[in-house]
Design a protein around this ligand. Sequence first.
Ligand code: FMN
Length: 184
Amino acid sequence: MLEELKKRRAIRNFLPQPVGRKKIEALLEAATYAPNDRMREPWHFYVLQQESLKQFEQVAFNYLQQRFPTKPHLVESSMKAVTNTPLIIVVTSAIVADDEGATIDNTFAVSSAIMSMWLMAESLDLGMVWRTRGVGLVHETALHEFIGATENERLVGTLCIGYPEEKITTEKKRTPFAEKTTWL
Ligand SMILES: Cc1cc2nc3c(=O)[nH]c(=O)nc-3n(C[C@H](O)[C@H](O)[C@H](O)COP(=O)(O)O)c2cc1C
């Protein structure tokens, strides 16, 4: 298990090859088994490919242009994250009215679901990165509106998925757990 966890990496560059329906469904099924408080199963998935992905490109482009009006190079380089991705899955979490604790717990559950998808992606020879910032648009209204999410949903992740352009072999240095642990 530790070896599998070490192998999981954020993959940001993909081949143009599309991801087949069976593999997409396997990712979604993996998410389904994530732990979640009181079985609220608070997740919803929005799958963007081909036509809808092209439309999302425009949403991301408009956002970037508005955000960085004087930095066309930054806009252009940031757009590659969308234009070079064959599949995007936006994952939302349910907001529980008048219950902040439950709403936060729902986000925890959705985060677990995304991790399951990430590990499943690796096992299917796919690469994935969970984006929130930039074209991830998780903290903006543009993507929420575009996918048609309700006001009872909060965006948690914009998952960029595809066949990896290359394998990452460098190890990402991590802080030893001893430095992050207090034994009481
Ligand atoms: C909640 C969350 C948000 C992230 N947002 C972004 C993002 O907006 N853009 C990006 O390039 N990577 C993003 N990442 C990926 C991290 O940068 C990446 O996981 C981290 O650098 C560790 O590298 P590794 O996944 O290869 O181990 C995000 C990861 C998480 C868990």
